[in-house]
Write a protein that binds this ligand. Structure first.
Ligand code: HEC
Length: 481
């Protein structure tokens, strides 16, 4: 999935480079924030992003207060008191809210107070006139009144089908779009909802086991990593957690729907409790980006795959690393692992990665590890062209689907789980494939990738049933092209 950095086109790519630049500056300047003037963009915004914006953003406004635009940040919320008065920290309601008394502060709500150093930075910035040094490139903001517009279809990095089969969630730019499956099959591109959040790039979408919620992992490169939880029926954000300063990947739900795990480019895997958004698991056993996650049948264990080529097993309750599921012999695995899914009924794991060969592994080893072993391997499927970016089981576990990409050409194959036999190849795939999923009865496969088109195929015959641009394209701009 690292490849998305080069595959993302036009504005996304340009913005990505600018943000990376901004972070380099930040590292230099924040060190001497005490002596130099405090920058909003480099010093203050990251504090708000990490501790406040999860509850104070357009999709979720605690106390009617949105802290993601400067205008709203200054104005304040339901109290109608100015949150920030430039030049006057004592007259700024926000300072009163974050200043602890007897070790506790009003904000961040239900959390530890900010550090003295952070409070000092915010106070200093306000005292010096609360200047806005946001780079021009980062001034664009999106919400339901001001949705993203598209001159071209953005790369599709993630699709998921709801457990009842009725809805397809697909990644857009700064949003996840919901589509009714029946309409998609009929070639109707009208969406059934737009979940617009802070992250410009969406890497992963996953419905909760009961289908009522949607987990979204993504971020803004070099600036923000984020996990969002949405209420599907209301199209409303339940919460957003800012984690790290780069894009998050591979969200998955525990079978009881209580936890969501996801991977981060700081090489960690984390899980949060959906009830209160609190982080309950943190593990740094991988030594490269963690790209996908899945829980065991009982939810007691978590499995992760990474660009470091390994699949690892964790214990949820203790947050501990338990075992390398794949062989750790150097050279045994070629290239990184991109995707993992679990058999719906048993603790067997389907993986896909750079070697193009989907494989099934047993989660818990039945023999002691010996150097060079690969005892947990159960089955290899026929090699696919290029790298496999996504794999998933059908709901009954009898079939698997895998999507791959080779030299810009995409491939989507359906295999029989038990025999490893290839059952069908999807036809007329129009570019590199990054994501593929079955509907619940495995009669269709929905896939997407570089072209930005969402493809619907008959899973048995491979015939293409429809091809749809899932985002609303700006027609005037197309005409101008
Ligand atoms: C867990 C959610 C949550 C977090 C995190 C959070 N807030 Fe709040 N905030 C709220 C809610 C809800 C209110 C409404 C008042 C209340 O319920 O206490 C509020 C109210 C406020 C207000 C008053 C707005 C007004 O004019 O009425 C300010 C200022 C504020 N928050 C600042 C912050 C800052 C600064 C941070 C980060 C350091 C932060 N909040 C973190 C939930 C949160």
């Amino acid at each position: 999935m690292s490849d998305f950095f080069c595959h993302h086109r036009s504005i996304v790519f340009v913005m990505c480079c600018l943000f990376v630049g901004a972070v380099v500056v930040s590292a230099d300047e924040s060190a001497d924030a005490d002596t130099a003037t405090v920058s909003f963009w480099n010093d203050v915004r990251p504090i708000f992003q990490a501790h406040c914006q999860g509850c104070h953003q357009p999709a979720k406004k605690g106390g009617e207060y949105d802290m993601t635009s400067l205008e709203n940040l200054f104005k304040g919320g339901e109290s109608e008191e100015a949150a920030i008065v430039p030049g006057d920290p004592a007259g700024s309601n926000l300072i009163g809210q974050i200043t602890p008394s007897d070790g506790a502060a009003e904000m961040p709500k239900n959390a530890k107070p900010l550090t003295d150093a952070d409070i000092a930075k915010i106070t200093k910035w306000i005292a010096a006139g609360a200047k806005d040094d946001t780079p021009e490139s980062a001034r664009r903001r999106f919400d339901s009144d001001n949705p993203p517009t598209y001159s071209a279809a953005p790369v599709i990095t993630a699709v998921a089908i709801s457990p009842d089969g009725n809805l397809v969630a697909v990644s857009g730019y700064h949003e996840v779009l919901l589509h009714e499956t029946d309409k998609l099959i009929a070639g109707d591109a009208t969406n059934a909802g737009r979940l617009i959040g802070m992250s410009e790039r969406i890497e992963s979408v996953a419905f909760s086991p009961d289908g009522k919620m949607l987990a979204v992992a993504g971020g803004s490169p070099g600036r923000l990593g984020e996990l969002q939880i949405w209420n599907v029926a209301d199209r409303a954000m339940v919460f957003s957690n800012a984690v790290t300063f780069d894009t998050c990947y591979g969200a998955s739900w525990s079978p009881d729907g209580k936890l969501v795990a996801f991977g981060c480019p700081d090489n960690t895997v984390r899980a949060i409790r959906v009830e209160d958004g609190k982080q309950v698991l943190f593990n740094g056993a991988h030594n490269d980006w963690v790209l996908d996650t899945v829980f065991s049948v009982k939810g007691t264990n978590l499995v992760t795959v990474s660009r470091d080529r390994s699949m690892k097993l964790m214990e949820v309750a203790t947050e501990r690393f338990i075992d390398n599921v794949t062989s750790i012999t150097p050279g045994a695995l070629k290239g990184g692992l991109h995707a993992v899914d679990r058999d719906p009924a048993k603790d067997e794991l389907l993986i896909g990665g750079s070697d193009g060969v989907p494989k099934i592994y047993r989660m818990f080893r039945e023999q002691d590890r010996k150097i060079g072993d690969d005892f947990n391997l159960i089955r290899k499927f026929p090699e696919m062209p290029g790298r496999v970016f996504d794999v998933s089981y059908s709901k009954d576990g009898k079939k698997i689907v895998a999507g791959s990409s080779y030299n810009g050409n995409g491939h989507v194959h359906v295999f029989e789980t038990e025999s490893g036999k290839k059952l069908a190849e999807m036809k007329d795939v129009d570019g590199a494939i990054y994501t593929a999923a079955f509907n619940p009865d495995a009669t269709i496969v929905v896939s997407g990738g570089f072209s930005g088109n969402l493809l619907v195929h008959d899973a048995a015959t491979g015939e293409r049933k429809s091809i749809v641009v899932p985002v609303p394209l700006d027609k005037t701009q197309i005409a101008n092209k």
